[in-house]
Design a protein around this ligand. Sequence first.
Ligand SMILES: Cc1cc2nc3c(=O)[nH]c(=O)nc-3n(C[C@H](O)[C@H](O)[C@H](O)COP(=O)(O)OP(=O)(O)OC[C@H]3O[C@@H](n4cnc5c(N)ncnc54)[C@H](O)[C@@H]3O)c2cc1C
Length: 649
Amino acid sequence: MNTTPSAPARKPEAKSAIEDQAPLIDTSKMSVGQRAALELTEAARDAAGERVGFAAGLFMGRCDFDALVPFPRQNPEDRDQGDAFLQRLERFLREKVDPDEIDRTGEIPAGVIEELGAMGAFGIKIPPAYGGLGLSQTNYCRAAMLLGSHCGNLTALISAHQSIGVPQPLILFGTEEQKRKYLPRFARGEISAFALTEPNVGSDPATMETHAEPSPGGGHFVLNGEKLWCTNGTKAGVIIVMAKTPPRIVNGKQKNQITAFIVEMDWPGVEVVHRCRFMGLKALYNGVIRFRNVVVPHENILLAEGKGLRVALSTLNTGRLTLPAACVGLSKRCLDIVKKWAGERVQWGAPIGKHAAIADKIARMAANTFAMEAMTLYTASLVDRDKKADIRLEAAMCKMWGSEAAWGIVDDAMQIRGGRGYETADSLKSRGEKPVPVERLFRDSRINTIFEGSSEIMRLFIAREALDPHLKVAGAALNSQLAMAQRMKAALKAGWFYARWYPGQWLPSLRPSRTRFLESSVLEKHLRYAERTGRRLGRALFHAMLRRGPKLEREQVLLGRFVDIGTELFAIAATCARADAINGPDKTVGGPVSLADYFCRSSRLRIERSFRGLRLNTDSQGYRIARDTLEGRHDSLVEGIVGTGSEPD
Ligand SMILES: Cc1cc2nc3c(=O)[nH]c(=O)nc-3n(C[C@H](O)[C@H](O)[C@H](O)COP(=O)(O)OP(=O)(O)OC[C@H]3O[C@@H](n4cnc5c(N)ncnc54)[C@H](O)[C@@H]3O)c2cc1C
């Protein structure tokens, strides 16, 4: 479909942007803290495999339907392998795991963890050569869906271990020796964790305080510091710890370094000092972990000294796909609950599902669940096709969109269950009703838009990736930190690129790769809308760059709208492709096509709202109001209450 020049392709295993070319982003107007955070994450931006997915060209006005249609089908052999494990897991969850008891007691019974270990649930993706099940990403996502539908605590245990814990970065970056030493232990059931967050390090790793100093002979490092909210930290045998190591001088400037260490929890100096407790996920084994003069052998560095943030970001790029998969399971469970309840609960002379206000919610729940599953399965298939595929955009979109949509779904499920939604399963049971756990699902799922990349950080991350092709073409021209001659040269190059690219954003594709993509004409129309709107998105982003220059990078709310439009286009395309693929030969009304059609119509309304918001918004006024509020000019609003000042320190 691409008839316009594309932005420079990403080279596999290329050096980080900061190291191999002129700075793409003008940091001259930033505060010291902002600059440090940006430079550190820019340096760690993963230059992994080539971008192959649908989202790769989206923000440059390119909808690559060839990357999505026909919707990838799981091959039968892979499916059978997955089914064998999933059937065992499903039976085990149904017969042996009581999620309400786990929630009530705040503990996962030791027998449950042992049996999960014995069936290989801690080594789902670990290759058989190291004792694991070696299942595909799609099968791993299917397991997350199953777990997410039943028990949030078990989902977190298994996901924190192998989506972000030691196995994932070890598979990606470990030496053969490290893999042989650790992977078989995990495959047998040993639990791991990932420790990045600190009291002053939430979304900003530049402020990290945990540090490791090399020993004089260079044989080991001495680790000191404290990590916060480490999921599985109180149960793990081995964890990944991110720590600052001595800075390096690059081009005469000091560059902070973060290194990833594999740390064994029984080493002298490692201490779990607190188990954290939360609103939901009551049985999360999450803790504060202290390191005092812990001796870490040099061979326990993952990838290389100074590459820790790259390890963390790359791990999360694929690892964060588990969370939307679990959200699919959660959403399916909510739909299942609501389907039953809305049919049997009669109020005002009719089942509540027949009242339009409730029906509206049910339709949205069903359509969004379908879309979430389509996006997640598509992205998982990219990994199965190529383990090194760069899925960072698709996975981030799945995480952001999926966790927000799932939160809407669980909220709707609570509203539809009414008072019973708010009542605990135990209380319902003890007065003779079915213990439907909407209250638990609600509590357990709130964290999904916060951890593994909050929604705000995901929008920034996607926006950065969206701007990347433009920054590569025009960043140097706009960067006031560069010499004028360098900027002029860059401006000429950019002018040449845009002179060919821009007209293509107004014209329909001259050489469409296919005249038609889908069997269903209804859905084909939505794909055509996505194609037109992709070009409109490319144009709008370009116009915003011209109008705002380097300032655009800092306009979070505005950029958020571009991100939302791109994400909705991905959702439309994935939904249509999947619905068309599963519709089968009998084109029944009421099947996946009508669900996808409803989803696309709703999504198009959201997209048009976002486009309107690009022109007509209250962003700058809102920003001023927030400043005024924070600076105390609206303090009358917080009078007459028992305020935060009264809380003990
Ligand atoms: C239950 C639980 C489990 C966790 N498990 C782990 C784990 O296993 N390992 C681990 O390392 N960490 C873990 N975390 C930490 C989690 O990933 C962080 O909570 C998350 O990264 C956000 O950091 P923060 O809470 O410090 O928020 P902050 O970074 O302080 O952010 C607060 C708010 O400001 C927003 N914000 C921050 N920066 C920006 C910005 N530049 N622009 C716009 N908005 C911004 C955030 O989105 C958020 O809404 C866990 C946390 C919890 C609660």
